[in-house]
Ligand binder design. Structure first.
Ligand code: ADP
Ligand code: MG
Length: 319
């Protein structure tokens, strides 16, 4: 069973950044308004994610670490309209199987906090305000083969930071802080969407991009598209979200890219942040354990909307 869960973990946990993504997902699902990520040695030695969300009640703590235990959907039918980041109930269990994991949580309205040590199963009183901290130490210590594939601390840290950046772009209403080896690396305060774009991608991007705002029936596309002449070409600055979830999707990438077709000369990459809002019943988010892929029921409709959205934005007179 240990082996089975470690193999399953491989699908969810590839590197420290995968852990960061899952833990921040959980913090946001819990309604956090502030998320603090602390890393040591690129996340290999320590990943700690602290939130001020709803917390986990004492009697539910052991359940949170069980495989396929989720508090977020009650039935298969709920998958049709899943509104949370998580729903598979496998992240914490998977992470716990390849690390030394501990959870400290105080549920809203409860007088005390509790700490659960995943490896020993020990539950003991702790002290903290309402919310949850998940600490993941010595990732892959029991799976040296996987540990060998990790890059330098600096590279792993860059991936972790990128994972937080993706969340931060989707949730300007939430404050984020990232620490690495005891130093504050990034701090993004809660504020407007524009402020968050400037904080995360730089004032330059905000100045050298146009607003995207487009609807096609119930489908909505909004965000910001960089003006190619001016925008810095960054191969990794294409951010696409579907109902708030950051995804890598060929349909979206291709649609955005084709809107830029005549504007991009040579091999330059467009820079954009696009949020697609679509009826949850028209998109399947349960395609892959990492939930980074989605499948649209009608991908032509989505392609067209995104392409038009970006084309209109780029063609509009600039103010
Ligand atoms: P999922 O997010 O798919 O439900 P996870 O394994 O990520 O599965 O988490 C399992 C459960 O633990 C969640 O359903 C939730 O009830 C609880 N949980 C995990 N992290 C937090 C958190 N930061 N705050 C509150 N509850 C949490
Ligand atoms: Mg989760």
């Amino acid at each position: 069973d240990e082996l089975v869960s470690q193999i399953a973990a491989g699908e969810v946990v590839e590197r420290p950044a995968s852990v960061v993504r899952e833990l921040v997902d959980n913090a946001l699902d819990a309604g956090a308004s502030q998320v603090t990520v602390r890393l040591q040695a690129g996340g290999v030695r320590l990943i700690s994610v602290e939130d001020d969300g709803a917390g986990i009640a004492r009697e539910e703590l052991p359940l949170a670490l069980k495989r396929h235990a989720t508090s977020k959907i009650g039935s298969l039918a709920d998958l049709e309209s899943v509104g949370t980041m998580g729903f598979r109930g496998e992240a914490l269990a998977a992470i716990a199987s390849v690390s030394d994991l501990g959870v400290v949580s105080r549920a809203h309205g409860q007088p005390a906090a509790w700490l659960l040590d995943a490896s020993s199963g020990e539950l003991r009183p702790a002290a903290r305000a309402t919310g949850t901290t998940v600490e993941v130490k010595e990732l892959f210590f029991s799976t040296p083969a996987r540990r060998k594939f990790l890059k330098t601390d600096a590279t792993e840290f860059a991936h972790c930071l990128e994972a937080v950046r993706r969340h931060a772009l989707a949730r300007p209403d939430v404050g984020f802080a990232v620490w690495h080896d005891g130093r504050l690396s990034e701090q993004w305060r809660a504020g407007s969407a524009e402020q968050r774009l400037a904080d995360v991608l730089g004032e330059d991007f905000l100045a050298q991009s146009v607003a995207v705002e487009y609807s096609a029936g119930p489908l909505r596309v909004r965000g910001r598209a960089g003006i190619p002449d001016a925008a810095r070409a960054r191969a990794d600055w294409q951010y696409a979200y579907v109902n708030g979830r950051c995804v890598r999707d060929k349909v979206l990438t291709h649609a955005a890219r084709s809107a830029y077709e005549d504007l991009l000369h040579g091999h330059r990459q467009p820079v954009y942040v696009l949020h697609v809002e679509i009826d949850p019943a028209r998109v399947d988010v349960n395609v892959h354990p990492t939930k980074i892929e989605v499948r649209f029921r009608d991908s032509r409709e989505v392609h067209q909307a995104v392409r038009h959205a970006v084309e209109y934005a780029l063609a509009a007179p600039r103010s």
